[in-house]
Design a protein around this ligand. Structure first.
Ligand SMILES: Nc1ncnc2c1ncn2[C@@H]1O[C@H](COP(=O)(O)OP(=O)(O)OP(=O)(O)O)[C@@H](O)[C@H]1O
Ligand SMILES: [Mg+2]
Length: 246
């Protein structure tokens, strides 16, 4: 508080000097992720071709199936990493088109219903009239799908995942809420789950912890917001809002 003006100027200068190298470092890191993901993809493609050949030998069947599962998992990881790198480094390259977000939500919910049915659960949908905006259908589909599939994974057997969409005319945005009836998450993780590779201890071997990081970046690129909160009755709500002019 008692800092002199010249000290303040020095400090401001220092901050100015560290801002640029820091930005360069972040950019270099994002570039590196992009390069690594690309480099990993070529040997993986060759591996998959070799698997195709090995498959023809019945003696190798079990081993081949294992290798195949692992390679599909690696492929999924690389694809997610490339998407995240693209969102972070080249947001301007995202293609947009006028699209009804409600139609998109309806389709995702119907698809999720099948997965939910396998554990005796339901996905209910309460929508509003069409909400047409200039968006990336691919990215929003992926974002909503991840949140809804997470909810289906964590909701307790026999319960319902509620998806609701409401247009807020005052704020000029669409609010989408996805609420499950699971156990929710520890309060200190409510923000960090949107960071890459942040996943629960028991999730090793299932997801990569990239779904919400991609969703957060995609929603942000559309000028929207995403947040998570625990319900008093148990379960997690993830809320996504998108502006009318995304
Ligand atoms: N509805 C939910 N209830 C409880 N925990 C959740 C819920 N949704 C997400 N989480 C927690 O947040 C973590 C991150 O979710 P995220 O979707 O990013 O990754 P993932 O589902 O584990 O993997 P991926 O989406 O990359 O396949 C999850 O691993 C889980 O620990
Ligand atoms: Mg997920």
């Amino acid at each position: 508080m008692s800092m002199r003006d010249d000290e303040m100027v020095d400090l401001a200068g220092d901050c100015g000097q560290t801002a640029d190298p820091l930005k360069l470092l972040v950019e270099a890191q994002q570039h590196l992720i992009h390069e690594i993901a690309h480099e990993l993809r070529s040997p993986l493609m060759r591996m998959q071709a070799a698997i195709g050949l090995l498959r023809q030998d019945p003696a190798c069947r079990e081993m081949v199936e294992r290798i195949e599962r692992e390679s599909v998992r690696m492929d999924t990881l690389i694809e997610a990493l490339l998407t995240l790198a693209r969102l972070q480094s080249y947001p301007e390259s995202i293609q947009r088109e006028p699209l009804d977000v409600i139609e998109l939500l309806t389709e995702i919910t119907e698809n999720a219903q099948f997965e939910a049915g396998l554990k005796g659960c339901n996905v209910s949908l309460k929508t509003c009239p069409a909400f047409v905006s200039c968006v990336s259908g691919e990215l929003l589909y992926r974002s909503f799908e991840n949140v809804i599939r997470n909810a289906v994974r964590y909701t307790l057997p026999g319960t319902t995942v509620a998806v609701s969409a409401r247009i807020n005319p005052d704020a000029g945005c669409l609010n989408v809420r996805i609420t499950d009836q699971g156990r929710g998450i520890a309060n200190e993780r409510l923000h960090s789950i949107f960071q890459p590779f942040e996943r629960g201890m028991s999730e090793a071997g299932t997801g990569f912890g990239l779904g919400l990081a991609i969703a957060a970046r995609a929603v942000e690129i559309h000028g929207g917001m995403i947040m998570a909160r625990n319900e008093l009755s148990g379960g997690l709500t993830v809320e996504i809002s998108l502006p009318c002019r995304a």
